[in-house]
Design a protein around this ligand. Structure first.
Ligand SMILES: Nc1ncnc2c1ncn2[C@@H]1O[C@H](COP(=O)(O)OP(=O)(O)O)[C@@H](O)[C@H]1O
Ligand SMILES: N[C@@H](CCC(=O)OP(=O)(O)O)C(=O)O
Length: 302
């Protein structure tokens, strides 16, 4: 998908439409919170580059254990957490020895089918150490655009949270095709956050947040710490992803930010490369906070 296409959101524009929010009243009353502890419900998105050792193709188990430790700590203090995880295609292509830069549609689907099983197993095993149960949800774009399916997905996810499980969401890449897919998981994460009424959406990435320009391409960039409105000036800062397993780059994260903010959900882009990335946010490690306007949709309890 081209840069302009991504920025405009085509062909996935409909996913950006704001939907009813279930944000908790308590959170809505807080003045611009900057700690995860202030949220009742959190969605955490993990990019392919974090879950996978790109050179060897193995799942980064020590890192994943540390993420699970962090999430278990949030659960322990009564917060609901849903995970949106990328990585199926990247893991599966290693398993199938598909090392060419571009995969055909069918090879990508095969890689996703193989990789998703391994991804789910890794999450199941790491959360089992904390006696937490993982529930897998694989979505296609239609599941989040058709009204009755949307309500169904939302109800399923909220029920799973009420059972105190950790839903792990991904696109159903084994059956979606490029023409009708989310394309990247940033928008899927924003959609998931809307569906469960997250107070905070955390996008863990391979950069500390939104910089004034791509830090991998320019040496004189500064980290933007606070964003209150995704203006054209902010959008101009964002570039695409570097070659590798990731998709979307900063452009798709800003699309996700617009979606989240429209539903009254705070969004964070934070560096997830080191272990215990959520503890680092709580400890004040620099990242980018996107704050919804106080006039964002009225919250209500579930
Ligand atoms: N203004 C910017 N600030 C930070 N990163 C940027 C910016 N513009 C482009 N990027 C790129 O976006 C990448 C993060 O997006 P992506 O690779 O899709 O991550 P993920 O796999 O976590 O979704 C960074 O590695 C960086 O190269
Ligand atoms: N759904 C795909 C992930 C696509 C994607 O958005 O990747 P990333 O940019 O690393 O978050 C997969 O599981 O491989």
């Amino acid at each position: 998908m081209g840069r302009e296409e991504l920025r405009r959101g085509t062909p996935v524009k409909e996913f950006e439409a704001p939907i009813r929010t279930y944000r908790s009243d308590a959170y809505a009353l807080l003045p611009t919170p900057r700690r995860l502890a202030s949220a009742r419900r959190i969605t955490v998105k993990i990019g392919s580059a974090l879950i996978l050792d790109q050179a060897g193709g193995a799942i980064r188990e020590e890192w994943l254990d540390s993420l699970a430790d962090d999430i278990a700590r949030l659960r322990g203090r009564g917060q609901d957490v849903a995970v949106v995880s990328s990585g199926a295609v990247a893991i599966g292509r290693h398993a199938l020895d598909l090392h060419q830069n571009t995969l055909s549609k069918t090879d990508r689907q095969a890689a996703a089918a193989v990789g998703q099983v391994q991804l789910a197993r890794a999450y199941t095993e790491t959360f089992a150490r904390h006696r937490l149960t993982v529930a897998q949800i694989l979505l296609t774009p239609d599941d989040t655009t058709e009204r009755h399916r949307l309500a169904n997905v939302s109800a399923t996810l909220i029920n799973l949270l009420n059972f105190q499980t950790i839903p792990v969401v991904n696109e159903n890449d084994a059956i979606t095709s490029c023409g009708a897919s989310f394309g990247d998981n940033d928008r899927l994460a924003a959609r998931t956050a809307q569906l469960i009424g997250s107070d905070i959406l955390v996008l863990l990435s391979n950069v500390a947040g939104l910089y004034s320009a791509d830090p991998y391409e320019s040496s004189s960039t500064v980290l933007i710490r606070e964003v209150h409105n995704v203006t054209p000036e902010i959008e101009q800062m964002a570039g695409g992803a570097r070659p590798g397993y990731s998709a979307g780059g900063m452009i798709s994260k800003l699309v996700a930010a617009r979606m989240a903010l429209a539903s009254g959900c705070t969004m964070i882009i934070a560096d997830g490369r080191d272990t215990h990335p959520l503890s680092a946010i709580d400890a004040g490690k620099p990242c980018t906070w996107f704050h919804p306007s106080p006039a964002a949709p009225i919250a209500r309890k579930t």
